[in-house]
Design a protein. Structure first.
Length: 274
């Protein structure tokens, strides 16, 4: 074969050889690129997880470190001082309730200060969370208070207090109604709310109500209540109206003492109003 004829064949052979080599190299390059992309994605995800775990861990550490300082700042910010704004009972009264902070309200229907306190008491009570409950305790500082205390316990046993409690204050202090005996009060319950008078009197003179009167007196003595109205928070803390200066301030201090009691019982944050 002539030299001139061999040259074109060599050119074509070299072309196909280069073409094959280019195709193999392209495939290899694509494979490498794909593997690199997958590796980059894996590294990215692992980096994100590592950063997330680190942030969570550091946040927890900082929160734990900051807690004592936050508590100290909170204590400094709270303007309530034991012995001035509230008293702590030397012998706390056992509420017998581990699921609630119990707010005791000692009152007397004929007490004018108790009457003046009610516009603050009821709205506050309505906002109590589920793990805070109110226990009203009618006291007897004078024989004339006894029929009203008996009437309260009777109404409570009959499931009437939520609709009759404020009405009794109004009857005495606004309408100037005078009821000297339990019979007079039973007649008022009948006239005002349609309560069966005989049933009311039968309940009022029952052993159960007598027991409640005795229990109320023991509670008053145990919590050293000497005037009304008086609040005692969870059988331990007693806001001081003289040191606080107003009914509104008593409510505000009681809120603080409730939160303190919730924390002490491990109930904080567990009783949203529902």
């Amino acid at each position: 074969m002539k030299k001139s004829t061999l040259i074109p064949f060599m050119i074509v052979a070299l072309f196909f050889l280069n073409a094959c080599q280019s195709s193999e190299q392209g495939a290899e390059t694509a494979t490498v690129a794909k593997e690199t992309s997958q590796l980059a994605s894996e590294v990215k995800e692992k980096t994100k997880d590592t950063i997330k775990d680190t942030v969570v861990e550091k946040t927890a550490q900082l929160t734990e470190q900051a807690a004592p300082a936050a508590d100290k700042v909170m204590q400094q910010a709270v303007p309530y001082e034991e012995g001035i704004h509230y008293d702590k009972l030397s012998r706390p009264y056992d509420t017998g309730d581990k699921e609630h902070v119990v707010v005791y309200e000692f009152f007397g229907y004929t007490c004018p200060h108790c009457n003046n306190f009610q516009p603050y008491m009821r709205p506050w009570h309505d906002k109590f969370p589920k793990n805070v409950k109110l226990v009203r305790v009618p006291v007897v500082f004078h024989p004339t208070w006894e029929p009203y205390a008996r009437a309260y316990h009777t109404a409570e046993m009959m499931g009437l207090t939520e609709k009759t409690h404020q009405a009794m204050f109004d009857a005495i202090h606004k309408e100037r109604k005078r009821m000297r005996t339990i019979e007079d009060i039973a007649q008022w319950y009948h006239d005002k709310f349609g309560v069966n008078k005989d049933e009311f009197l039968s309940t009022a003179k029952s052993f159960a109500v007598e027991s409640k009167l005795g229990q109320a007196e023991r509670m008053r003595a145990a919590m050293n209540v000497t005037s009304t109205p008086t609040l005692v928070i969870d059988g331990k803390y007693k806001p001081n109206p003289r040191g606080l200066g107003s009914h509104k301030a008593v409510i505000q201090a009681s809120d603080y003492l409730i939160q303190r009691s919730l924390q002490e019982k491990g109930l904080a944050g567990k009783g949203a109003k529902g």
